[in-house]
Design a binder for this molecule. Structure first.
Ligand code: AMP
Ligand code: GLY
Length: 427
């Protein structure tokens, strides 16, 4: 069997490794891949993750049996529709189903229809409308770009002046291409990432994870794509996971089916768990990065079987995803300037030593003259497993301490909360 993973980050590296553990023993290709993925898969560096035509051509030529799509841009560009039309089995949502991530306004409308709990919101369709609304709402409040923004389209505003400045950015900056901005109520509580595999009808939850979005310790500084993660999450047992999936994922999958946009693939709910239960912050229609790096190493079920089943309407009936009870902690090593910018070409030291202590997945790396150098904002992920969160965390930080490159950024408090919680539960 031959599998093609689309993308070139830490998430895709983790997916490549999990596919290689399958009993189907697939030969794995990755487009475009990166310098680290090249050790585990045949990379196709000339093919961008959202170049639909080139991906279909390569999948045909190489007779791929299963394509797995990592990044949202490729899904929203319709890569799954194009691959399936060409007869190549592809795991992921159609373009129409990926709109759940591609448009926050669509996601809000669908949640309302499906009765899924989420923050109260209003859509702002012009600057004038925004100015009028912003004079009336309580602060702090939240403003979100409607479309894809690589984790940088959400601004928490403490007061009206900050909100007006955010509106200015959303309606003028080209990268947001905005005609709509979502204004929503600020939710308080604890965040949880709950991903589930879907086959258009059934929902199979994966192990829960927590993600650290801000760049600095103590959740300070701007939002990033994610600076670390861990799994499982203290306080969320199987019964609670099932109850969340009943209130969130299952009604959404049913509503999408009613709309003729059956949802196949990973439905990732970003949740805020507050005093009155879980509320949805956002949906993603793909694996999370860096949650996947902490979740997949714990998976015991065969990922190829689950991916193939999820393509068939109702194919996941009776299936479940099983996880090792071990804990996983993932640290992200980012380059200087991230998230505003990133630094490229800095030589990375200590990889071999670190790899003996933990699992390294590469995000933004490249090879230059036989050396591995930085090539993006998030550079590397270090994942360690342990019997408890403290052991996993200590191992991950020990391994990360062996790695260095100019301007390296790492948070020092990843999973500290889980360690505290687990120790207070056991005393
Ligand atoms: P999103 O991309 O919508 O998940 O937002 C990114 C991050 O912004 C979330 O993980 C939260 O930390 C924060 N956030 C988004 N929406 C809200 C909200 N309504 N209330 C509080 N925090 C939010
Ligand atoms: N970790 C957040 C995301 O993948 O969007």
């Amino acid at each position: 069997m031959k599998a093609l993973v689309v993308g070139g980050g830490g998430r895709e590296h983790a997916i490549v490794r999990a596919l290689r553990r399958s009993a189907h023993a697939p030969e794995v290709l990755c487009a475009p891949g990166n310098a680290g993925i090249a050790a585990d898969a045949e990379c196709l560096p000339e093919i961008a993750a959202d170049d639909v035509e080139a991906l279909v051509a390569a999948a045909r030529e190489r007779r791929v049996d299963l394509a797995v799509i990592g990044p949202e841009l490729a899904l929203v560009a319709g890569v799954v529709d194009a691959l399936e039309e060409a007869g190549i089995p592809a795991f992921g949502p159609s373009r129409a189903a990926a709109e759940l991530e591609g448009s926050k306004a669509f996601a809000k409308e669908l949640m309302e229809e499906a009765g899924v709990p989420t923050a109260a919101h209003v859509l702002l369709r012009s600057r004038e409308e925004a100015v009028e609304q912003l004079a009336r709402v309580p602060y702090p409040t939240v403003l979100k770009a409607d479309g894809l923004a690589a984790g940088k389209g959400v601004i928490l505003c403490a007061n009206e002046a900050e909100a007006l400045a955010a509106i200015e950015v959303f309606f003028t900056e080209q990268r947001f291409g905005q005609t709509t901005v979502v204004l929503e109520e600020l939710l308080e509580g604890e965040e949880l990432s709950l991903l589930a595999l879907c086959d258009g009808e059934n929902v199979v939850p994966l192990a829960p994870a927590q993600d650290y979005k801000r760049i600095f310790d103590g959740d300070e500084g701007p939002n990033t794509g994610g600076m670390g993660s861990y799994s499982p999450v203290p306080g969320f047992d199987q019964a609670q996971i099932e109850s969340i999936v009943d209130r969130v994922h299952r009604p959404v999958v049913a509503a999408m089916a009613r709309r003729g946009r059956p949802f196949h693939g990973v439905l990732y709910a970003g949740l805020m768990i507050g005093a009155d239960g879980p509320k949805v912050l956002e949906f993603n229609t793909r694996f999370g990065d860096p949650e996947t790096q902490a979740v997949l190493p714990r998976m015991r079920s065969d990922l190829v079987d689950l991916f193939l089943a999820a393509r068939e309407p109702g194919g996941l009936a009776g299936m479940s995803a099983e996880f090792d009870p071990a804990w996983a902690v993932t640290l992200v090593l980012a380059s200087a300037g991230y998230p505003e910018s990133s630094s490229k070409g800095d030589v990375i030291h200590g990889l071999a030593e670190a790899a003996e202590l933990a699992e390294l997945t590469h995000a933004g790396t490249a090879e230059r003259d036989g050396e591995i150098v930085t090539a993006g904002g998030r550079v590397l992920n270090v994942t360690a497993l342990g019997d408890g969160p403290a052991e996993a965390r200590d191992r991950a930080y020990d391994a990360a301490s062996r790695i260095s490159f100019a301007g390296m950024q790492i948070r020092t408090d990843i999973a500290a909360r889980a360690v505290e919680r687990a120790s207070s539960q056991s005393t």
